[in-house]
Structures are given as structure tokens and as C-alpha cells.
Design a protein around this ligand. Sequence first.
Ligand code: SF4
Length: 409
Amino acid sequence: MTEIKQTMADVQAEAKRCLYCVDAPCQKGCPAGVDVAQFIRHLRYADVKSAKRVIKTANPLGGICGTLCPSENLCQKNCTMNYCGAPIRIRDLQKFACANAAYAPDLAPASGKKAAVVGAGPAGLGCAAMLARLGHEVDVFEKDAAAAGVVAREIPAQRIDASVVENDLAELACGRIRFHYNTPVTAQKLEELKQEYAAVFVGAGLAQDRMSGVDIAEGAPVAGCSQYLADLKSGKTKAVSGTVLVVGGGDSAIDAVCASLEAGAEKAVLAYRRSRAEMPACDEEFFAAAGKGVELMYMVSPVAVAKTADGGAAVTFVRNRLVEKPGEARRGFEAVPGSEFTLNAAQVVFAIGKKADAALVAGTPDRDTLRVAGTNCFVGGDWLNGGATVVEAVAEGKRAAAAMDALMK
Ligand code: SF4
């Protein structure tokens, strides 16, 4: 689905297609609970400022989500218009509203309470924004030199413009949120924060790329996806050449193949262990990558990476076949005996997930309340759920903020 033109006339034309459904299935599909029908109604009458207020009230990172959300799997998947043509392009409308109006949040009177947030990624920002609106002072501790986590650090500029991130961050600022950059929080520091603040939220994200299950020779050109993308985005890696082989099937893997081509790779190959039907990458990003000439290999798993004489990698793969797994939504896979083959690449990138720093939080958070029992510590975002969408992280941050507010009252 191509993006609607970001002009008022096109936006109004799209808004007029909306049925303004009473039961609002689109809103139920939005993890942040944005009142979609309401903001689209405002756009229909060219009231962009009111549309943005509806979005931002529910989602402090509405601009980022209006750019990155896999809406085909969320609000747009639920849209009634799927039954009579095409769904309303909700994400594009949200993107327009957030880019074309000013916004400042409504603030409750100061509570006199202070909360700490560990991590300035989407979960931490969602939590901090809501706590500040509820009247609390918030100190945000971030290990990096900037906020927005993977959005700022890893997602290529071709997918999200820096100005979108800057706008959302600027609209969080209300004099009640202080950012402490380059300030990693250890388990010991977290204990100190729990003493110092009325409530603490840990939305620290995932710290390390997973590289497990593959025999990797020392010195072979192998990188974890998040580090690879971060190095490309920061300019630490100026250019790449030859063939880049990316192992994985999520949106990060798609980002890695596209960013590789953008940085000069002659060929980018995506190797995934199951079929396209099981691939977690959203259709829009997948088809965009395919359109750029990314080569796709399905139902293969790497088993070993050797270093070649020219400093490249020789990756041994095994072919898989799909198997039904009772009780599981996705089909599983198993290796086909004797199916090994080798592929050479200048660079191998593993995009098979990331690990949390499990030692950071003592105790297990409750999945509903997000609170670690018997403490003033709450946990959410990727650290807890293993990695989800930006909007799901924001939603968890919001949920934690409501629980922290109740604790602090
Ligand atoms: S489900 Fe679709 S048509 Fe109905 S209110 Fe939401 S966006 Fe409009």
C-alpha cells in the first residue's frame, strides 16, 4: 500500500472514507489506545491541531509511531473498511497530523513526588511523559548520549527522519522531565534509585545481540544486528562492500539488508529459517526490501561461519523443512539431513534477537501490574517482553506510569 500524499487535500479525502464506527475496532487494535475515529474526524474538517491533541494525549510518541508502526498488523488490520475496499490509512493520517500542528500536554498540579525512569527508549519515554502529566517530577537515566533508544540509534534514516524523533522529544518537555545521558544504571545503582525515589520504572531495553547456536570462527566478519545498524547510522562504519548476508526475519533484519545496500554493498542476502508466511517482518518493509533487490533465502539455518583467506566469511547452512507444532501458531522447522551448503559473504549480520541484562532487576515483575512484588520498582518494554513494537513499548510505559501514580498517591 503506497503512502497517501502528505497534503491537506489528500488527507481530507482519506478521512472522508472513514465510517467513524461506533465500536471503533481500529482503536482496539492500537496498543496505545488512540481514539482513531475521533482524530480522523478532526482531519476531515482540517482541524489538524485537534487531531494531533487526540493522538498525543494517548501516545506521547505519536509522530514516531505514525512513521514506524506496523499498522497493517494493528489498527488498520481491524479497520471496517477492510470489508469494503481498502482500510483507512490510519498511520499516514497520524503521521500528517503529528507533523503539521503544535502540541503541548495538559499538566496536573505538581504532586511534590519524584520518580526515576531507567532507559530513554519508547517504554521509558512513554512512562516519563505520563508521570510528568500526572504531576510528578521525573529523572530519566539513559546509557546513551541521546533519547529514543533503537529508534534514534539503529533504525536507518531512510525509514525515519531525525526531525520526527526531535519533535516527539520536544513535545515531551514540560519542565518536569530531566534527562541524564551517558548514565548507565547497574543493579547496585538501581537499588539506590529505589531508596531515593518514590517509584522507579525500568525500561532498559535489550542490551546484547543474540549470536547463539552457530559455530563462529575467531576473526570472521560477523556482527550483531543492533551494533551493525548503530555503527552505520552513527557513521562509525562509513561504507560496506561485497555481499552482506543477514540472518533473521524481523524488521531489524530488513533494516540491515536495506541499510547495507544503501551503504554500498553489491549484494544483500536475507536468510530466514522458515517460510515467508512465518516471517515476522511486516509486509510493507518486506516488499520495500524486495523492491530494492534484496535476495531472499527461505528455510535455511546457518550452522557455522569460517573465516576465508581474504578476510571474508564462508557460511555453512543447512536446509530446513516446516513441521506442524501442536498448540503453536507458527509452524516449526527441522533440519534436512545432508542438505548442507556454503555461501561466501564479506559481512555476516545476525538479526536473531537480543538479550536483556537479566541481572539488572532483582525479583520477577508481575505481567499485569508490571510491579516487582513488595517493591516500588516497575518493569516494562523490551526488557520484559523480549522485544516488541515501539507502540507496544509506549503502552507498557503508560501502564506502568498509571500504577506508579497510584502507588505515589
Ligand atoms: S475502523 Fe476504519 S472506518 Fe471504522 S472508525 Fe476506524 S478507521 Fe474509520
